[in-house]
Design a protein around this ligand. Structure first.
Ligand code: FAD
Ligand code: UDP
Length: 398
């Protein structure tokens, strides 16, 4: 069996026992809650660039947050919390992460099951030809076909409007309605337009999911990359510890919080809705399960939204293969902020409280209630760090 990674990851190898951190109760300049992208970037910059002493803690027993990957029993590098595909247009963000990892070039492709057909997503010319038995040869022909189906919408406000105004109701119902109902527990007409706007419509035959300038996977996995980010003499790491139980034991000058913002404020205005997902990991006794890394299931006849096969992401060659089913749910760990007007209004109330806390910085997908990709969280954390560092700089250094 070949795996990409020679040294399989042991997250605990960097854990400093609580006793050692506790031996220097006065020593931390900053406590960082959460060892995902937001927390790791903040901790790395604070330690390596600003020379601060940092305590990073996470209630999970591992680093990397939702991007955590690990080798399963078959030796496949799987993503514990669903498929994470790195892509960005920002050279700065890519260069920053490249300090901690080499990369494996990877362009993501997704197919959707519709009856007995496998259709490229996002919708492209191949999708139309395969679904309708057409032979559209040019971009113009595909654009004309879509224009004949699209329904004009005066003001595009919802996720339903986005799709219907681009491709019409039939394609919307075939590829988006059921998937979104399962994913969000809401009809797309109840979701902000930003949700389905993430998926473009194409008239060419480009079948890549993303068209970003940089598309690659960390060559040794996300977890290894995080270990390197956090491997700094100024950083101590406590895993399996909740902020609630550690905040008093480890005094600090400043707090960086990357967990759910409503939880930080004791849900004083009520719970912010987050969508959760149950992940079912399986190993199959075959070298390959499906032709691409992700297959979407828009039909309401099955409860899962998608199945991921990881070997496409890693390029591993082994006898077995591992896959993950995703079953979205209301209960469970918070994974997705739910973009809709009333949720944003509730978040704004929490954000107003956050703005009053000058000794706390809120960063990341849960703390700023934004449906951000990994690169956007890195960008947000780098920007927040620069802002903090400038605030802390002595006047003559500004
Ligand atoms: P998280 O990764 O959630 O990290 C927050 C950490 O804080 C967690 O580890 C949590 O345990 C910890 N924490 C929270 N509260 C406390 C507390 N009180 N005490 C201690 N610890 C606490 N992005 C992409 O770019 N490409 C993708 O393909 C992609 N796919 C995704 C698929 C799924 C199923 C999901 C859910 C997300 C996906 N994302 C993807 C988004 C990506 O996961 C996020 O952008 C990124 O991981 C957010 O990082 P974060 O640090 O803000 O949050
Ligand atoms: N979507 C859909 N059908 C698809 C793909 C996406 O309806 O085949 C909608 C769905 O609402 C989804 C959103 O578009 O939540 C964004 O898709 P993306 O693939 O970006 O979701 P993520 O990877 O963040 O879960």
């Amino acid at each position: 069996m070949t795996t990409l990674i020679a040294d399989s990851v042991a997250c605990s190898s960097h854990v400093h026992p609580i006793a050692s951190a506790g031996a220097r109760p006065e020593a931390y300049d900053v406590m960082v809650v959460g060892a995902g992208f937001a927390g790791a970037v903040m901790a790395e910059r604070l330690a390596a660039d600003a020379g601060k002493r940092v305590l990073v803690l996470d209630r999970r027993p591992h680093v990397a947050g939702n991007a955590y990957d690990r080798f399963d029993d078959a030796g496949v590098l799987i993503h514990q919390y669903g498929p994470h595909i790195f892509h960005t247009n920002s050279a700065d963000i890519f260069d920053y992460l490249s300090r901690f990892t080499a990369w494996r070039h990877y362009e993501h492709r997704v197919l959707a099951v519709v009856d007995d057909k496998l259709l490229p997503v996002p919708i492209n010319r191949t999708t139309l030809n395969r679904l309708y038995g057409l032979d559209l040869q040019t971009d113009e022909a595909a654009a004309a076909f879509l224009a004949s189906r699209a329904e004009p919408v005066d003001m595009v406000r919802t996720s339903e409007d986005v799709v219907i105004s681009a491709v019409g109701r039939e394609l919307y119902e075939t590829l988006f309605k059921g998937y979104s109902l399962k994913q969000w527990g809401l009809d797309p007409s109840e979701l902000d337009k930003s949700v389905t706007s993430r998926v473009p419509t194409r008239t060419n035959c480009d079948d890549r999911y993303f068209t970003d300038r940089f598309q690659a996977m960390p060559a040794q996995g996300f977890t290894r990359m995080f270990e390197r980010m956090l491997d700094h003499p100024n950083i101590d790491l406590l895993l399996g510890v909740d902020f609630r139980d550690a905040r008093e034991a480890h005094p600090h000058q400043h707090l960086v919080f990357t967990g759910p913002i409503d939880e930080y404020f004791g849900w004083c205005y009520g719970k912010l809705p987050y969508r959760s997902v149950r992940f079912r990991h399986e190993t199959i006794d075959a070298a390959q399960y499906q032709p691409v890394a992700v297959i979407n299931y828009p039909s309401l006849d099955v409860p899962h939204t998608r199945i991921t096969e990881y070997k496409h992401l890693t390029g591993q060659q082994c006898a077995q293969t591992s896959i993950t089913y995703e079953y979205p749910s209301a209960e469970g760990d918070p994974y997705y902020p739910i973009p809709r007007r009333e949720n944003l209004a509730l978040f704004k109330r929490y954000e107003a409280l956050a703005l009053d806390q000058s000794d706390v910085t809120f960063v990341g997908r849960l703390a700023t209630y934004r449906y951000y990709n990994m690169d956007q969280v890195v960008g947000q954390a780098l920007a927040k760090y620069r802002w903090l560092a400038s605030r802390w700089a002595k006047p003559e250094e500004r």
